[in-house]
Design a protein around this ligand. Structure first.
Ligand code: SF4
Length: 412
């Protein structure tokens, strides 16, 4: 008998036992994941897969779905890369180009503290000083050699002001991560895709040397070696194949199996926007995104934190919940999502009621999840102490009387 190829869709009768086995065993294999991925267009298979995703999530997380109340600090929107889907990065001659001074960061932090935010998400372009002399001069005027020098100071000041930084600054060396670790509760880098094909001619990472998969995997490995709770994730809909998506999820699983440091995996869909090279590329249908949430859940296992940003699929939060999502990521009452500024955050009240309507219970987390907080070797002692003072006995955010009633962390 001929063996079906990886992209042959499954019938419902074939899909159901595969999903059941994945729920029971906690780790879907490559061939099965590829065939399920190729079958998402069949509503019956899609429903069975999402049911399996939800069952697996319930086994690992019960009814709980977490979020982090945060501010987004776009320390610089200059970047040496040019990804074809990015609206965040600006060239230095753009009127929108901006690098924050420490005083400007302090203003954002003040707003965050006043509204009970705990996490300061530092998200910035990749090594702009390599590409732009004007940025090198801007840094030099303020006594910095590199953007990481500025970032380290900003993280330190933010921590000392009473918030917990989480940094995603693109590719960092092990030495740079070591410098940032004493001020960060966790760090991250979207793996995005293990596909080197996306760096080819006409592809979205053609002019983005930092999107070389080997470099990104190496940084994940080094973060593991340094014992940094690490956020990773996959970007959907930028030209990758089903097999490449599955490969990316399996790579995230391999990294976590090796180092135990992957604190969450973000399932992030590409959205076309005016002005980008990929403006005419259609977004993935929401149902397909939910299907990949379920697949990620079955590949990564019941205890993994699978995150979907609620502002990128506001119409279908319930569908994402029913596919096995366990975290909404950072949601800010103060700042925009500077990566997707056209997509407003839901209010926390809305997020809570939509989560409840989806059969789950919203809980607030720190920028480090309880499972890494419980292992002190994963967090610098100074940051660990600050995290513990903001957390309840289980490691979730402790508020004096309910969400938002207390401005968060009581002591740094
Ligand atoms: S590396 Fe990030 S900030 Fe830079 S162009 Fe690509 S997506 Fe934009």
């Amino acid at each position: 008998m001929k063996t079906p190829s990886a992209d042959t869709p499954l019938s419902l009768a074939e899909a159901e036992p595969i999903v059941r086995a994945a729920v029971e065993e906690g780790a879907l294999g490559r061939a099965e994941a590829e065939r399920l991925g190729a079958s998402l267009g069949d509503p019956a298979v899609h429903a069975a897969l999402c049911e399996g995703g939800l069952e697996s999530k319930r086994r690992g997380h019960g009814e709980r779905v977490s979020f982090s109340r945060n501010i987004f600090v776009p320390l610089t929107n200059l970047c040496r890369d040019r990804c074809a889907y990015c609206t965040f990065a600006k060239p230095p001659d753009s009127p929108e180009a901006r690098t924050y001074t420490l005083a400007e960061v302090a203003d954002l932090v003040k707003g965050g503290l006043a509204t009970g935010c705990i996490e300061a998400l530092f998200c910035l372009g990749d090594k702009p000083e390599v590409a732009y002399a004007s940025h090198r001069a801007w840094l030099a005027e303020r006594g910095y050699d590199t953007t990481t020098d500025l970032l380290e100071e900003a993280c330190r000041a933010t921590f000392e002001a009473g918030m917990l930084p989480h940094t995603n600054a693109g590719i960092l060396t092990a030495e740079e991560m070591e410098r940032l670790r004493p001020w960060n509760a966790s760090m991250g880098l979207m793996l995005e895709s293990t596909s080197g094909r996306l760096r080819g001619k006409g592809m979205p990472h053609r002019y983005a040397p930092d999107k070389e998969p080997a470099l990104r995997i190496r940084m994940h490995e080094e973060a593991g070696e340094l014992r940094i709770p690490f956020t990773s994730g996959i970007l959907l809909g930028i030209g990758e194949t089903v097999a490449e998506r599955v490969d990316t999820l399996l790579e995230i699983r391999r990294l976590d199996d090796r180092w135990g440091h992957i604190q969450e995996a973000i399932i992030q869909p590409f959205h076309p926007k005016p002005g980008i090279d990929m403006r005419y590329v259609a977004a993935l249908p929401d149902a397909e995104v939910a299907g990949w949430v379920a697949l990620a859940r079955l590949v990564l296992g019941p205890r993994a934190n699978v995150q979907a940003p609620p502002n990128l699929a506001p119409e279908v939060l319930e569908m994402l919940l029913h596919a096995g999502v366990s975290d909404w990521g950072g949601v800010s009452p103060v700042t925009l999502d500077f990566i997707n500024p056209e997509a407003p955050w839901p209010t926390l009240a809305e997020l809570e009621s939509r989560t409840r309507a989806g059969g789950a219970r919203l809980v607030e987390r720190l920028p480090v999840y309880p499972q890494h907080l419980a292992r002190p070797e994963f967090v610098h002692p100074r940051v660990h102490e600050a995290c513990r003072s903001a957390a309840d006995a289980e490691g979730w955010v402790r508020r004096v009387s309910g969400h938002g009633a207390d401005p968060g962390r009581e002591a740094a």
